[in-house]
Design a protein around this ligand. Structure first.
Ligand code: PMP
Length: 362
């Protein structure tokens, strides 16, 4: 069985080199005579994996020393609650930009714990753009300002040069679907979280980068496991961490570093996504759904304008070894997720297939 080009939005394709390395180390990790899945999280071998993962992530992301790095469980969705429980604790106010389902879920969850306000939304045009923001509408006394940097379903992103100017109010970012794909200045953020299952590893790990001064102010009712302080104090080992997932993240970090780091990934991702967007912009049949200036480098939604034709395309693409091109169930159409691990050959194969489909279905 040959491997397919997997355009899944998440969980997503991982670099083949990472999977091969994991396979080679599966039965006997580093001479321990056991798999990473089988070893104590208190063992020296796992302690080294965790320390390496943390150090590599810090290096790749350029994390300043006044931040902690945590590897937690519960996915991105648990962060939607953990963030307000820990941070909405001074004035109890937080501002949100609603750029899609994930931002909305975070906003709704925060509303259970405090005064969550939406300062802008792009719902009026099916989240096909990033709203232009007016800092005068931001609350100066908010405990934080929240954005979803890359919107997996709709294919938009806040570019690194287009982040909200929030002054002293900590900027909190969901980077689940664009982590390690493009250089963002961590010092501009109070907290960055990312579920691993797209660009960083398997589902089950969420990496959190949090400025140290934001730790230690959780609401009294905060469950121990949802308090960042618990995990900072125990260096992500308060309880059994997602050991195997962290190990795969570490292998992915090694791989990203070997590619030349995040700046090199960014250059590659820009080239890769530009090829696909250029094709869409010039196609008579396929059309991208996002305004050019806000396009994601990772998730590329497109349509033919005809639902039957969309379904035919997805089906025939699958037969041609191009998998998971169906758009999210809430929007339909198609979506090609082209994360770090998607090679240029995958995008070339997709474009070739689209050309062929266009000719055959004129
Ligand atoms: N944020 C973003 C940007 C996502 O794409 C997703 C899931 N696809 C989530 C949050 C939710 O993550 P999880 O399924 O790990 O809870």
């Amino acid at each position: 069985m040959e491997r397919v080009y997997n355009f899944s939005a998440g969980p997503s394709a991982l670099p083949v080199e990472v999977l091969e390395k994991a396979a080679a180390e599966m039965l006997n990790y580093g001479g321990t005579g056991m798999s990473v899945m089988e070893m104590s999280h208190r063992s020296a071998a796992f302690a080294e994996i965790l320390a390496d993962a943390k150090a590599l992530y810090k290096e790749l992301m350029g994390v300043p020393d006044n931040y902690d790095i945590l590897f937690l469980q519960g996915g991105g969705s648990t962060q939607f609650a953990m963030i307000p429980l820990n941070l909405m604790t001074n004035t109890g106010k937080a501002d949100f930009v609603i750029t899609g389902n994930w931002a909305k879920k975070a906003f709704q969850e925060a509303g259970r714990y405090g005064d969550a306000q939406a300062v802008a939304s792009s719902a009026d045009k099916t989240f096909s753009y990033i709203p232009r923001l007016d800092a005068a509408t931001f609350r100066k006394d908010a405990d934080y300002f929240y954005i979803c940097v890359n919107n997996t379903i709709y294919g938009t992103r806040f570019r690194p040069d287009n982040l909200p100017e929030t002054g002293d109010v900590p900027l909190i970012a969901d980077m689940s679907s664009n982590i390690l794909s493009e250089v963002y200045d961590v010092s501009k953020f109070g907290l960055i979280f990312a579920g691993a299952q797209k660009n960083m590893g398997p589902a089950g790990v969420v990496a959190v980068i949090i400025r140290k001064d934001l730790v230690g102010h959780a609401m009294d009712m905060t469950p121990t496991m949802l308090n960042y302080q618990t995990h900072v104090d125990a260096d992500s080992c308060y309880n059994t961490p997602p050991c195997y997932g962290i190990y795969i993240c570490k292998l992915v970090y090694d791989w990203v570093k070997a590619q030349g780091g995040v700046a090199a990934m960014e250059a590659f991702n820009k080239e890769k996504s530009a090829k696909l967007y250029d094709f869409l912009d010039n196609s008579a049949m396929f059309k991208g759904t996002v305004v050019p200036e806000d396009r994601s480098l990772m998730n590329v939604p497109f349509v033919t304008g005809n639902e039957e034709l969309d379904a035919k395309f997805v089906k025939e693409a699958k037969s041609a070894g191009l998998e998971n091109l169906k758009g999210h169930r809430t929007v339909g159409g198609m979506r090609a997720s082209i994360y770090n691990a998607m090679p240029m050959a995958g995008v070339d194969a997709l474009i070739d297939f689209m050309k062929k489909f266009e000719t055959e279905n004129k």
